[in-house]
Design a protein around this ligand. Structure first.
Ligand SMILES: O=C(CO)[C@@H](O)[C@@H](O)COP(=O)(O)O
Length: 228
């Protein structure tokens, strides 16, 4: 297969994947109306596939996904890219290991972001997926590199794939777009659980040693990853 055909096939596969993953945001009730967005890096290219701005979730499909370079310039597609394209692009430029970025306004995680309070590591599931507390990033206005810079500056000091951008909402990253969606689903779940635990009392944080052990197991052994 020629390089052009291979890249075209990759585009099509990624368009399908990114479009389908947007359905997970509505399935898990992480977004309302047109809020939220998902992107995936195009492997080996300085390009990404991202949601078009302001398009209803029912109208999202492989055909409506758009391709931009990693400075947000439209490369393929008819629609304007997400208003968070600059943030996604900044993450891809500065975190080469990241293959997917997700942004939602999910209720409980966004409530923690509104308070500017990190979610403490008081659950084994937080240790498993986030490796410690889920950090808060700075308030930043949309439209330039500010949000992306806040995401990167916060996550470079954390094992967490989620950051609660102050007064805005969660952004999550992953090796793939699916991993980033998983982090978005899980950050909302633990945000709700920990919020409810505080309504009943004061939850106890896990020890650093236990967090490290839980994180290592979940990231390396859990599921079908272990020795066969
Ligand atoms: O949170 C923001 C911008 O940061 C929303 O506008 C965003 O969720 C949805 O914007 P798009 O429809 O992706 O342009």
């Amino acid at each position: 297969m020629s390089l052009a055909a291979e890249v075209t096939e990759t585009f099509e596969q990624l368009r399908e994947t990114v479009a389908a993953l947007h359905g997970e945001l509505t399935r898990y009730e992480l977004v309302i109306w047109t809020a939220g967005n998902i992107s995936a890096r195009v492997p080996g290219q300085d390009l990404m596939v991202i949601k078009p701005s302001g398009v209803a979730y029912d109208d999202l499909s492989a055909a409506t996904m758009v391709v931009t370079d990693l400075h947000g310039n439209l490369v393929q597609g008819e629609l304007a890219p997400s208003s968070d394209t600059a943030a996604h692009a900044y993450v891809y430029r500065h975190m080469p290991e990241v293959g997917g970025v997700v942004h939602t306004h999910s209720t409980y995680a966004t409530a923690w972001a509104a308070r500017g309070e990190p979610i403490p590591c008081v659950l084994t599931m937080i240790a498993d997926e986030f490796g410690g507390e889920i950090p808060v990033g700075p308030f930043a206005l949309i439209g330039d590199d500010s949000i992306g810079r806040g995401i990167v500056e916060t996550l470079k000091w954390s094992r967490s794939p989620a950051v609660l951008m102050r007064n805005h909402g969660p952004f999550t990253i992953g090796r793939t777009a699916r991993d980033a969606v998983k982090a978005a689903v899980m950050v909302e779940d633990v945000a709700r659980t920990v919020h409810k635990s505080y309504q009943l009392g004061t939850p106890e944080p896990l020890s650093e040693q236990d967090v490290d052990r839980l994180y290592a197991r979940y990231q390396n052994v859990y599921g079908q990853q272990g020795e066969k």
